[in-house]
Design a protein around this ligand. Sequence first.
Ligand code: FAD
Length: 275
Amino acid sequence: LAGKKYISLAITEAFAGSDVSGVQTVAVRDGDEWVVSGTKKWITNGTFSDYFTTLCKTDAGLVVLLIERTDAVSTKAVKTSYSATAGTAFVMFDKARVPVANTLGQVGKGLSVILSNFNHERWMVTATSLGAQRVVVDECLKWTNQRIAFGKPLHAQAVIRAKLAAMISRVEACQAWVENITLQMNNMSYQEQSDKLAGPIALLKQFVSKAGRETAEDATQIFGGRGITASGMGKIIENYHRTSPFDAILAGAEDVLGDLGVRQAIRKMPKNARL
Ligand SMILES: Cc1cc2nc3c(=O)[nH]c(=O)nc-3n(C[C@H](O)[C@H](O)[C@H](O)COP(=O)(O)OP(=O)(O)OC[C@H]3O[C@@H](n4cnc5c(N)ncnc54)[C@H](O)[C@@H]3O)c2cc1C
């Protein structure tokens, strides 16, 4: 792989978000090609992608197709509150012709193909969130040491120390759980991970993104005006406070993931389990 091409994962549509199976983008077979029509929303990397890994519906159920950018594929930037460099896009397929050889997995099993990616995508979101949370805690420790208010450093205030205690505890709890899951992922086959870890990873992501948003709130209070200023000493806090909700929505919304985790646990529970 030369690493010179960009690719997007195009699942979400205006009327199909958490309910992935409700996609309306349609793929119709025409000889050795699929003809794809429909739209996708909020597609990361979309504005500059060369290929789109796209969930479509067919007469025989869902299918995932690797669609190359051609004149039949157009993209429009979507402005979000994080970074324009993410290339978030609205993607339009207007009778895009796709070789049948670009079918990923089996026709009718598109959902399994998508689900097989989710564990790793969700793990990635937790790992990046964790790294950011640690940076935020580090910034807060330094700031409370340096900022003098009412004649003493901020960390001389018990209420500030209580916030730091909560932030440190959250980040260490997240770290321990991420490492626990990572170890299991490294010691299970892909199939075993899909079977056993989808629920725990969903719960982990819910926990980590919630922890991140609580830490963002605490850090903003600790930094005061600087915490809501995009330049200067609080810029990292401002950025994290603005962007941490993305971890709570992308790759599965928090509440949906919490529910998934519990449903998976119940599914594995012996039906006759009683007190
Ligand atoms: C910046 C950005 C980048 C993105 N990148 C991509 C991408 O690259 N590829 C892609 O395919 N998608 C992408 N998405 C889409 C993202 O995955 C969806 O926004 C997300 O899955 C939620 O779907 P939705 O926004 O349609 O919310 P909806 O499905 O409409 O849900 C709205 C809210 O309702 C609640 N809810 C819904 N269903 C349930 C339920 N069963 N139980 C409990 N609560 C529920 C949840 O709180 C949820 O947040 C991106 C989104 C954004 C904003």
